[in-house]
Every structure is written in C-alpha cells, then in structure tokens.
Design a binder for this molecule. Structure first.
Ligand SMILES: Cc1cc2nc3c(=O)[nH]c(=O)nc-3n(C[C@H](O)[C@H](O)[C@H](O)COP(=O)(O)O)c2cc1C
Length: 240
C-alpha cells in the first residue's frame, strides 16, 4: 500500500537518528488561546462530586444518532464542556485540563452550534477557556448547514448541540513540525471520548462525526482551513 497516508506516516517517523538535537524558539511560540471580540456568556461552575461511576459510563457508552426535540439545560452543557476541556491544574501559563495534550500545547479549539439549549440563543459559539465563558459569535440556525457540511448527516441538525473542534496547527507544529498532525488528531480523540462518557452519565445521546466536507465546515465556522481547520465534531441530544 502506498499513498499520501503511508508517506505521511513514514516522513513523520521518529528514528534514533533524527530525534532530538533541536531547540525550541520560545520567541516564536504561538498564543495558547484564541479570543474573539463577541458578547460573553459565563458558564456554570462544574459539579465534580457524585454522578454515574466512570465504569458504568464506559460500559454503557454507545453512539446515538436519533435525538428528541427536547432542549438540554445550560448547566448540563457547561458540565459537558467541562468534561472536554475543564481546567484541572494551572502551572504558569499552562492550563492543564480533563483531557491530555501532546507537549501540553493544547491546539484544539471548541466551537458550539447551539440548536436547543435553555437560556441560550441558537447560533455559533466559541469557548474561551481562561475565563470559563462562551463567546457568542453569531445567531441563527447553524444546525442545518452544519448537517449539510457533515455529508448531509441529519443528526447534526436534530441535535440539541453540536461540538465542532478545530486545530490551530502552528500551536503544535511550533514544536513538532509535521509530526504535529499525528498528535492533533490524538488530542481531539481524547476530548471526544470524555464527551461521550459525560453524555452517558447524563443519559444523553452522543455521536462522533469525522465525515464532513472540510471546506464547507471551515467556511461555516469561519476558519481558514490552513492555520486553523475543523478536524472533528460531535452531535448531542436527548435520546429518542
Ligand atoms: C473518528 C470517528 C469518526 C466517526 N464519524 C462518524 C460519522 O461521521 N458519522 C457517524 O454516524 N458516526 C461516526 N462515528 C461513530 C462510529 O460509527 C461508531 O463509534 C462505531 O460504529 C462504533 O459504535 P459505538 O460508538 O456505538 O461503539 C465516528 C467515530 C469515530 C471514532
């Protein structure tokens, strides 16, 4: 088998000869956070006591694609966001989170397409983690165009909320160069698994989505597809 994937795997391999010996240019380290000029909505304080045992959540986890028309509460949404990116330790400028990240570089940004969440207008939002708040980027029905961008997977429009994860490539490439792409995808997978388990703990349905028309998804979210690009999504709602 030969192709761009196998070439990538080979060209980004660490070997005993090519690893090490490089020093990082700290003056060129890209910013860790992206902040939009937009109305800000504080998130609820996370509840970290009680709830479903993690073993049970893992045992029950399944992908669900049929959602009811019910809304979810904004407190539940805050809790789901916390499961994906909640800050659990601080060291200098680094905010350590519920999900691990290669080199502690945290290249993944979280956008939300809110269709039916109590107290929140429908539209596109972005998580600004340092202040534990959402930035309201744009009102409107983003669920339908997101579903179209996701190869017409209707569940994205039916969901109460969709998570859309982008990667800010230079954040990771600054250290790992082209190998950064490996780590970026792994980072996103950790985040999504936490979301699956948190949804299960609330009895909510969740489905990961990796199938989408890249340029349509990037355009909808408003990222350039080069320095920042959509890499993964998930649809969430009450199970039907
Ligand atoms: C990287 C990745 C991408 C996926 N993309 C989609 C998708 O686009 N649409 C979909 O319906 N399910 C998607 N899934 C869900 C898988 O189909 C599902 O995890 C698999 O069938 C196993 O079922 P389970 O999650 O219920 O264990 C994706 C899962 C992963 C891990």
């Amino acid at each position: 088998m030969q192709g761009i994937g196998t070439d990538f795997q080979e060209l980004t391999s660490y070997t005993r000869r090519n690893v090490g010996g490089r020093s990082l240019d700290w003056s060129k380290k890209p910013p860790t956070f992206k902040r939009y000029e937009a109305p800000r909505i504080p998130l609820a304080t996370p509840e970290i006591e009680g709830g479903m045992p993690v073993w049970k959540a893992m045992q029950r986890r399944r992908s669900h694609r049929d959602f009811s028309e019910d809304s979810i509460s904004s407190e539940t949404l805050s809790q789901l966001i916390w499961a994906t990116q909640g800050v659990t330790a601080v060291a200098g400028d680094t905010l350590f989170r519920t999900a691990p990240s290669a080199g502690g570089l945290f290249p993944i940004e979280t956008y939300l397409v809110i269709n039916r969440v109590e107290k929140l207008e429908s539209g596109l939002y972005h998580l600004f983690l340092p202040e534990w708040e959402l930035e309201f980027l744009s009102p409107g029905n983003y669920g339908v165009p997101l579903a179209q961008a996701a190869l017409d997977q209707g569940m994205m429009a039916q969901a109460a909320v969709d998570f859309v994860w982008t990667a800010v490539i230079p954040r990771s490439a600054w250290k790992y160069e082209q190998r950064a792409y490996r780590y970026i995808y792994l980072d996103a997978a950790h985040i999504c698994q936490n979301l699956y388990l948190a949804c299960e703990a609330f009895g909510l349905g969740c489905c990961a989505v990796g199938a989408f028309f890249d340029s349509e998804a990037n355009q909808l979210i408003g990222v350039d597809g080069n320095e920042e690009t959509v890499i993964y999504m998930a649809a969430i709602g009450k199970k039907q």
